[in-house]
Design a protein around this ligand. Structure first.
Ligand code: NI
Length: 174
């Protein structure tokens, strides 16, 4: 397994429309594992293949057990959307910003699983939001395109600590 480089906004690759996965072979299986590892390493709840430079309709999601669990969505298609909810979103490809986005509260999404079976996911809440956010990536859409508000993220404490350490090193301290 390996962690992959995540492309960030401004990279034209993120704006491409991804093509369907035609065969679930070893290459795709390995890609799924690498995408999951990359997502966990980056503390994300979802990652779409275009974000790591692969123009395929493939998404990995893990919103945590209490919010609906983890999924691998191959060639996902949202068939039904209901309700609406506005919530704060971020994206591994837009690391410096967060913003409020309106999404459907409930979605039905058809997808192929890792074994090649066509499945139906019925999702509410965070999982539904995540499915919509990741499916947008497959069509070259970023959350910033839809955001009602956009704010620069405050630097996290651990970032500050890293920064402080670096500064101390420069000064010849440990
Ligand atoms: Ni994203």
């Amino acid at each position: 397994m390996a962690t992959l480089k995540i492309l960030t906004a401004g990279d034209p690759f993120l704006r491409k429309i991804a093509t369907p996965v035609e065969r679930i072979d070893k290459k795709i299986t390995r890609l799924i594992k690498d995408m999951q590892e990359t997502m966990y390493e980056a503390d994300g709840v979802g990652l779409a293949a275009p974000q790591i430079g692969v123009s395929k309709r493939l998404v990995v999601i893990d919103v945590g057990e209490e919010n609906g669990g983890s999924y691998v969505l191959i060639n996902p298609e949202i068939l039904k959307k209901e309700g609406s909810v506005v919530s704060g979103e971020g994206c591994l490809s837009v690391p410096d910003f967060e913003g409020d986005v309106e999404r459907a509260e409930y979605v039905e999404c058809e997808f192929t699983d890792e074994k090649g079976r066509r499945m139906l996911l019925q999702a509410h809440g965070l999982l539904a939001i995540c499915v919509q956010h990741e499916c947008d990536h497959l069509d070259g859409i970023l959350f910033v395109d839809k955001a009602q508000t956009l704010t620069r993220k405050e630097q996290k404490e651990d970032d500050m600590e890293k920064f402080a350490k670096k500064q101390n090193k420069k000064r010849g301290r440990k």
